[in-house]
Design a protein around this ligand. Structure first.
Ligand code: C2E
Ligand code: CA
Ligand code: CA
Ligand code: CA
Length: 279
């Protein structure tokens, strides 16, 4: 990194130094946003494909920036990973979700699972994961429902260490899900070696479901395999009724996506669930 910086200066690469400055500025603002609680959360419902009722939610972080509007986690989570800010963000997310979901009175009924995203940097740090687990258990209303989602590629660095971290989570009652399943190179090895409670089929497969027989075959095989291991299967990125129908026919357990419900603030989630019950 130091050499890159030097090169950039030597060759008067203005765009490089400008980019680095913008990044530094953004890190400063992110630190301030964390300190001032400018981060908030939204909730995306997960539907049971048998009953078509909301049975869980995924918590997604949002940064409401004073002048730039909402900044996507795809932009600031990588930044947070590089600057050791992910555990602070996780704690904010847990505290916020505990407060809002507790007040709304929807934990347990109908919500069976509350899924949190944990980034690779945090997951691979055993001390940070222990701290996060303890923090989650300080929220007794919420903790029985917590499920942690890790992107498939995140667990790769050290399989044995990952196994240990997952075992510790599960021993404390937290369930474990592999996000973006099928996009990494080790999907099968992971199923062989890790005790996973859930997998989420990446939305790239779901997007091709209607028009590509091979995607359908792959999803079918993932579902069959997961079932034989007693692993719960969630399809993400469902955007059409047709995709939903096919997933139901294939025996997928749960689905999530814009067609069923977008990420929304707590007030809308409560309404969404109430409407769902009337239907
Ligand atoms: P992800 O965990 O794979 O989350 C799914 C992303 O897809 C979300 O974007 C969601 O809004 C979007 N999405 C949901 N349904 C649909 C659909 O039907 N079609 C399409 N095209 N997109 C859909 P979001 O909220 O911008 O989050 C992006 C990523 O940022 C997440 O990907 C996750 O990896 C990360 N992230 C979000 N919240 C957190 C957090 O609290 N902590 C950490 N460490 N990472 C987070
Ligand atoms: Ca996720
Ligand atoms: Ca995903
Ligand atoms: Ca993702």
């Amino acid at each position: 990194v130091a050499k890159q910086k030097k090169d950039a200066i030597q060759f008067h690469d203005k765009s490089m130094t400008e980019k680095a400055m913008l990044r530094r500025q953004m890190v400063l603002e992110l630190r301030k946003a964390i300190a001032d609680s400018q981060l908030t959360v939204v909730y995306q419902p997960k539907y049971d494909l048998h009953s078509l009722a909301v049975s869980g939610i995924e918590v997604l972080v949002r940064w409401k920036h004073a002048t730039k509007g909402f900044i996507s986690p795809d932009v600031f989570i990588p930044l947070a990973e590089d600057h050791g800010l992910t555990s602070a963000i996780s704690k904010l997310v847990v505290a916020k979700a505990a407060e809002e979901l507790g007040q709304a009175g929807i934990l347990g009924q109908p919500l069976q699972h509350v899924s949190l995203n944990v980034s690779a940097a945090e997951f691979n740090n055993a001390d940070e994961m222990t701290a996060l687990t303890n923090f989650i258990h300080q929220h007794q209303q919420l903790s029985p429902f917590i499920r942690i989602e890790i992107t498939e590629t995140a667990t790769l660095t050290d399989m044995r260490k990952s196994m240990e971290i997952i075992a510790n989570l599960q021993a404390s009652g937290i369930t474990f899900s592999i996000d973006d399943f099928g996009t990494g190179y080790t999907s099968l090895a992971m199923l062989k070696d890790l005790t996973v409670d859930e997998i989420k089929i990446d939305r790239s497969f779901v997007a091709e479901l209607e028009h590509d027989a091979r995607s359908r075959t792959i999803i079918n095989a993932i579902i069959a395999m997961a079932k034989s291991f007693d692993i719960h299967v969630v399809a993400e990125g469902v955007e059409t009724a047709n995709q939903l129908n096919i997933l139901q026919q294939l025996g997928c357990h749960q689905a999530q996506g814009y067609y069923l419900g977008r990420p929304m603030p707590i007030s809308e989630l409560v309404e969404h669930i109430a409407q769902d019950k009337r239907a």
